[in-house]
Design a protein around this ligand. Sequence first.
Ligand code: SDX
Length: 434
Amino acid sequence: MDKAVEQAKNAILTIGNKTYDLPIHDATLGPSVLDVSALYRETDMFTYDPGFTSTASCESEIAYIDGDKGILLYRGYPIEQLAENGDFIETCYLLLYGELPSKKEYEEFNKAITYHTMLHEQMSRFFTGFRRDAHPMAIMVGVVGALSAFYHDSTDINDPYQRLVASRRMIAKMPTIAAMAYKYSIGQPFIYPRNDLDFASNFLHMCFAVPCEEYKTNPVFARAMDRIFTLHADHEQNASTSTVRLAGSSGANPFACIAAGIACLWGPAHGGANEAALNMLSEIGTVDRIPEFINRAKDKNDPFRLMGFGHRVYKNYDPRARVMQQTCHEVLSELSLTDDPLLDIAMELEKIALEDEYFVSRGLYPNIDFYSGITLKALGFPTTMFTVLFSLARTVGWIAQWNEMVEDPSQKIGRPRQLYTGAATRDYVRRDER
Ligand code: SDX
């Protein structure tokens, strides 16, 4: 960036024969911002930025992404270091409170989450209203939205203690609800959470244990599951997080806001991409059909896109995708599945795409969803559960961002404007005169 621009403290906007002074606010890391909050009042004009490609919707201290360098930080810590050295519970504490926990803080927080994992028993009957073949994400949206009907004592967003309880309840109960959605879809009985298991092991146990026999969690799978949760925990102002913030800005209760985030995450352009990426690899079927799909991805007349590729912010490798790829190999080798045909197709597809001018010139690289699908399938999950697992992990990010929004003294209800290009004012014409 030009030095003069870098050091500027304001920008001058000229409209016709008038000039306007726009303050510039600097970031700790990444782009500064042009403050246009007074623009409408001073110029009677709006800014226009469909998709918010150049718009900062808020100030935040939680996650930072450098899309050109492929960097993701949670409260300043690189995602690779957290995924390698920490665990998901530690990441939850970091995202919520801004610092890595001491040993004592970790133990207290872990116990607090553990003792919120059970669901109100009445809620188990809620599931029976769904068809057995309902998509688990539909169940997640419904059941999480219904939490506010069972936990009235933590819905007052202006009470910090109620926000704390609601935050812990959300983080703790999402695995239980997700596991119940899975069990319901396969006609097996619900398995209760176990307080003697760590977060990821408890989740795998609730998904894959049956009452008829002891279930031993594979530690490689538990470690992989935990790392997948860490990788998906937060990601700045992505579509679903922005949805949670917007819902929260009206004062809606946290359970309703998280349900809105789940609904948004479901889209194939967002969190639904892991399911779509695996379905795409299955559709490609063999390595020799890859060129056909690469050509379709480039064809503007074909809606097909390479699922698991590209990103609004990353124009380099998604740092999570590298950790995801390593985790994928660990799980597959634990299963001695090193010749998984889908992995072969994924590796060849990645190699071809990264050498193809169309993808290179547009900064289209594998994102986190490219390898997560293969890993989750190897762990035993059906594709319909992939986005459910994404929503389970992202809940802590949504909750941390929601708390940050509620606690922001400058916070007000989010209410964007528009460029109106509809009919000009006109008078009503009686039906018998039309
Ligand atoms: C997630 O925002 C987040 O942080 C999200 C997320 C998180 O953690 O919350 O990281 C999770 O959602 C990851 C992204 C998962 N989605 C997919 O993998 C679906 C496939 N990807 C595309 O749909 C797309 O890349 C998006 C939606 C992810 C990004 O869309 P953009 O930034 O709006 O990209 P664009 O449409 O501006 O693309 C620029 C160009 C276009 O071509 P031209 O008009 O320049 O000729 O790249 C092309 C696009 O057509 N392009 C692709 C492509 N992605 C973009 N072409 C083929 N295949 C693709 N996947």
